[in-house]
Design a protein around this ligand. Sequence first.
Ligand code: SF4
Length: 570
Amino acid sequence: MSDGSNGNGNGNGNGSSNGNDNGSSNGGKRSLRQVSATDPVANLPAIEGFPASEKVYVEQDGLAVPVRRIHLSGGEPAFDVYDTSGPQGHDPHAGLPKLRAPWIEARLRDGDDGNRSQMHYARRGLITPEMRFVAIRERVEPTFVRDELAAGRAILPANIRHPESEPMIIGKNFLVKINANIGNSAVTSTIGEEVDKLRWAVKWGADTVMDLSTGKQIHETREWILRNSPVPIGTVPIYQCLEKVGGEPEKLTIDLFIETLIEQAEQGVDYFTIHAGVRLAYIPYTANRVTGIVSRGGSIMAKWCLSHHKENFLYTEFERICEVMKKYDVAFSLGDGLRPGSTADANDRAQLAELETLGELTDVAWKHDVQTMIEGPGHVPMHKIKENVELQQRLCKDAPFYTLGPLVTDIAPGYDHITSAIGAAMIGWFGTAMLCYVTPKEHLGLPNRDDVKDGVIAYKIAAHAADLAKGHPGARDRDDALSKARFEFRWEDQFHLSLDPDTAKDFHDETLPAPGAKGAHFCSMCGPKFCSMKITEEVRAIAERGLADKAAEFKQAGSTLYAGRDDHSH
Ligand code: SF4
């Protein structure tokens, strides 16, 4: 591994909390090497790129926005896809280049009033470089991005201490986004494995990543993740608070919570899940549930409320929390601590009471111009999904909805990436802005690298299916390009245009590995005689020949319309 330099003359990782209060984006003093005593990323596996693809930057308006360009055969034009993988080839010790540092510094220099949120700028009519970057990525006008942010219908998570992030937007009028959860637990995983999962998740298309670490080295793990993340990072700060009080929820205090928020905000976390809607009065509503309270954060806050018999301090001190959020531009992801953990509990009184409170808190956050999205369930059967979105949109005034799944049935442990992707596609179609992935390990164990990929791919499918159903402009272009390649038996193009080219090619190779098979007009599924696409090709050729013959016959007969009859036309 080379030492420190990332080739842009800015080799230091933007170190951890440095206590300086000016909001500067590069005030960190410690490199990632200094953060860890040993080298946690010494043996990271290389992340291979996609076949027939290159990362190119679309230069527009003084900005360079990444896309993945897929090269096709047969004279077809290259196809560009949205790319979340971030700058490649950087030493993880050095972290990624700080793309946003000059933009942030310029804003802090010129007219900083202490509120650094993109919503605050948007409400003052300003269009930031982050908004312009997003506009190019989403192929919309920058004014549209600004107006959606100002209205609270979208968020652009972009902590001023995470200058490595490439701006992205979450809102129902943009492409549906997906989140991948990573993070170690007290039982398993290392920092290196988590950095590897981060790079792996963004390769496959995760738009944001949540670091849900709960074990030892929580701060250090987060530092490595943030410095190497091109996408916004979310956390659930109450987890670290709980570590700090030895795992005893009743010892939590608002001061400890605020201190932890500042620690994480200084590191660059872009959004915080905060379970401020778990009110004391709602906890009894969960008493007769099949699966009680299944959110970790929700159960921690419920225990605190009951042991003190007091209102949730995250609710009563919410404005103090807003002060931290706006200073760094950390977005709220208002947690659904009382979400249903089984289809039996879906849309019950506890869930909907909390949602109402989240609507009330959205107003408070917006009073401070703090960007806000709302978390949603969980486990919901298909016929109850639409109601979730309608209620959330009404109660939370169109603030972006961010849902976990939902799983539409409880009977398939080991396959919950599928049970939940079904619900995710539906809820995305109805207007959910971001879908939190579920992996095959859900309910069973900490996901490994393979599970992360399976979860991301399942959710890319769900999000894209939702974009198609919503009629999002241009969403069908990739489907059309792939279908055309499929129909023309351009096998390699079909693989290259797919979400997971490796698996598509491996499956084809399983029965037809010879290079010549990649030009064959059939595959092993139906075989050469029963290939319906080949037969269609032949049918079309016959039809075309038949039409040509008929035309020639017509000409030969003197090109008269009604041969052998008087022409009585008028
Ligand atoms: S053989 Fe069947 S599955 Fe394979 S390309 Fe032809 S129609 Fe499609």
